[in-house]
Design a protein. Sequence first.
Length: 299
Amino acid sequence: MAKTRELKRRIRSIKKTRQITKTMEMVSTSKLKRASDRVHAARPYAQRLSDVIGRLMDPELRERYPLLRQPEKVQRAAVVLITSNRGLAGAFNVNLIREARRLKERLRSNGVEVELHAVGRKGIGFFKFQKQPLATTRTDITDRPSSDDAISVIDPLRERFENGELDEVYIVYAQFRSALSTPPGTMKVLPIEPSKEAEKGEKGDKHAERSGYVQNYILSPSSDEILTRILPLYVRNSMYRALVETAAAEHGARRTAMKNATDNAGDMLDLLNRTYNRARQAQITQEIAEIVGGAAALE
């Protein structure tokens, strides 16, 4: 009797848990659509910025623009780690933290002094538990980041890089490839290095036609003024894209984790129901046997 009561309690508990995980899965699915739309809207703009910088890039410009400065020897670097403020997303935050630790170890093995800047409660909590120092912490950025959030995070580091206090700046974030694929990634934002595709943009008529560019064009204002305005914009946009991709990846990872939890709860309920039915059948059989035995004793 006690066994069946315990099984019924477990079944009720798992049913309530399954309702919660199912609800969280539906909420994450709804948020994922809006977050993925922001990612797809941010990517073309970032690609165009990279293309423009690549077409205007000249080796002589690296000496004139601080954001293009390539240090002879990297001595001090900053790493911005982006994690979520909430859990229940499977190994999402663990993978990001592991990626940041690997990057720190790699830089330190090359003799680089590394300072860590954490965005998100999960990353902050881990490094505080490990008693590792954090240069700055941010927990006020939600799963709907804005351009102002990106500016407030990256501008202080950009200014320090321009002043020569930092030699490199990295961002560790989650790459949103699909709802099921959100691997951690590392983006080097400073010094600015245009993509290889952008640098080769002028080569080949086919590539020019495919990318929508024309080889002969007039710059207005001058290329110097364009770069002066567009380089800080590129750095800010890189930070913004990392924030929106991580937010979308978080919803995708949480949806997957909650779906797996819901499915596992269903499997556990099937097993417990079968166990309960067997226990109940054995109990009924025992009661019948006791009744029959008692009746036989009275004859």
